[in-house]
Write a protein that binds this ligand. Sequence first.
Ligand code: 8OZ
Length: 362
Amino acid sequence: MTRDDAPTLYDPIRIGAIDMANRIVMAPLTRSRAAEGLVPPPMAAEYYGQRATAGLIITEATQVSVMAQGYIATPGLYTPAQVAGWKQVTDEVHRRGGRIVVQLWHVGRVSHVSLLPPGEVPVAPSAIRAKTKTFAPEGYVEVSDPRALALEEIPGIVEDFRHAARCATEAGFDGAEVHGANGYLIDQFLRDGSNKRTDAYDGSIENRTRLLAEVTEAVASTMGADRVGVRLAPVTPANDMHDSDPQALFERAVERLDGLGIAYVHVIEGATGGPRDNLPFDYAALKAKFRNAWIVNNGYDRQMAEAAVREGRADAVAFGMAYIANPDLVRRLREHAPLNQANRDTLYGGGPEGYIDYPALD
Ligand code: 8OZ
């Protein structure tokens, strides 16, 4: 491709079955404002609707079951009330010309007993507590000791994702993103720092990538592979994660995802929300394992994003923090306009302040 016909960040693209007006993606952002029943609050329709000029919106991480929750007031997508709540959101985004997929999430061991049904403890590949904290009703607390999932329980986890994918279609989503990143359940199975199993789900890279492949296959068989993406974070230390050979592990993971024919892979480069280049990893080699769309994320500014798309290192770029404070981010990037700064005090929880009151230009 010559320089002149290289795509730009502002050009339309079709990712799987999803027609996007541009290559700017709203990254999944936990906001912890769910209402009774872990239903998205009515103001979520306005929040996501304000951001509908993004080429694609990925929702905040959304639980697939009661056992999948690890933080206070994060929404779910497994009850009829939650489906109805999310339908308000997708209707508003579509009315304003946008596209929206839901990020499907199981936290695994990153949870606290106060967030789970009475008598339950967090579930994990192995009974190893993460050195990490969560927001629970009693405040910012160490996560609870998890128990290892029995082999016979794993099909139930896959079915939880399948059920949530059915709910996603019912709620009018354009697709779903499987949350395979940031030290949550699927990532806990992927990496050998948290997965010490001795069955079909560990002992080899093939076994550690199995849950990712099974969950993604279940979601894809429900929604259509061309409406499914997966988010990965190969080297993030978030939530106490590490692996002895992330390059080999994630190259095989992406190869398996490619075999499922899904629409996109969304990769967090470096430490989630932190430094991009403190840990060595060959992202070009990872991308080479996948034929469909490649979305990149983590600390991209306008120039970096424009260059990544122009140079073919990415098909689209996801922005997180910038989307908290700039509902019209696409216009601001295109016009080189200044960006609003996000107020860190209103990221999680609370009401409309710091949620739907960031101004657009004009
Ligand atoms: C911030 C706070 C709580 C959860 C992630 C879902 O890191 C999250 C998350 C982020 O993927």
